[in-house]
Design a protein around this ligand. Structure first.
Ligand SMILES: O=C(O)CCC(=O)C(=O)O
Length: 213
């Protein structure tokens, strides 16, 4: 897990934030929106996916100009974007995301995958920021915990994950958190009610890409 501080300019941060917020308020089905269980009326998506396919010209320009493309090319020889989502925590809500490893959840286990989680707002512990486990040497079994149905997760009792080793990633808008597919991570509940928006973009080496998105 690595933090790249201040990669995005305020202009590029604001442009992506505006795009995500606008689409998440009246989400098209193609964005595969997810809602809070109790949100029957407002229908404000807390997760949208496939951002890139919804507006390729916008994201092509944004990736090139924001510095994300450049960062990606420092890590991968020929990066191919395979997943592009946004997680929106609008206030105090059921937004805790339990500890999980992406590689355990994906149908296709991309070994070269790198996630760049772009903070489009401040993302600190108090408003639902990210946390991670500093040891990525073991891929754990993941199970469904009915309290957190959004993701299958690592069962703390069954595994030897020492939860006291969990580290918080305290991010400002424009920072980028970078992790490989075996790094276990999750996010805190939003306790202070300040908007928290993050955009995980997953890239793999083009050679490893085999069509599954
Ligand atoms: O943004 C979040 O709160 C969680 C993101 C996450 O866990 C992921 O992208 O795998």
């Amino acid at each position: 897990m690595k933090i790249v501080r201040g990669l995005l300019s305020p202009k590029h941060t604001a442009a992506a934030l505006e795009w995500v917020m606008g689409r998440s308020e009246r989400p098209a089905g193609a964005l595969e929106p997810e809602f809070d269980i109790c949100d029957d009326e407002r229908r404000l998506a807390k997760k949208i996916r496939k951002l890139y396919w919804a507006d390729q010209p916008f994201w092509d320009a944004w990736l090139a100009e924001s510095g994300l493309d450049g960062l990606c090319r420092q890590v991968l020889k020929k990066p191919k974007l395979i997943k592009h989502a946004a997680f929106i925590k609008r206030g105090r809500d059921e937004s805790y995301i339990p500890l999980h490893q992406d590689i355990a959840l994906w149908e296709r286990k991309y070994r070269s995958a790198v996630t760049f989680w772009v903070a489009l707002t401040e993302a600190k512990r108090a408003n639902g920021g990210m946390f991670f486990y500093p040891d990525n040497s073991v891929v754990y079994r993941h199970v469904l915990d009915i309290r957190y149905p959004m993701f299958k997760c690592i069962n703390e009792e069954e595994t030897r994950v020492d939860m006291t080793r969990i580290v918080d990633a305290e991010l400002d808008a424009g920072d980028v958190l970078q992790w490989d597919a075996a790094t276990a991570h999750g996010s805190h509940a939003n306790e202070n009610g300040l908007l928290r928006v993050g955009m995980p973009l997953v890239f793999v080496e083009e050679d490893e890409y085999d069509g599954f998105i």
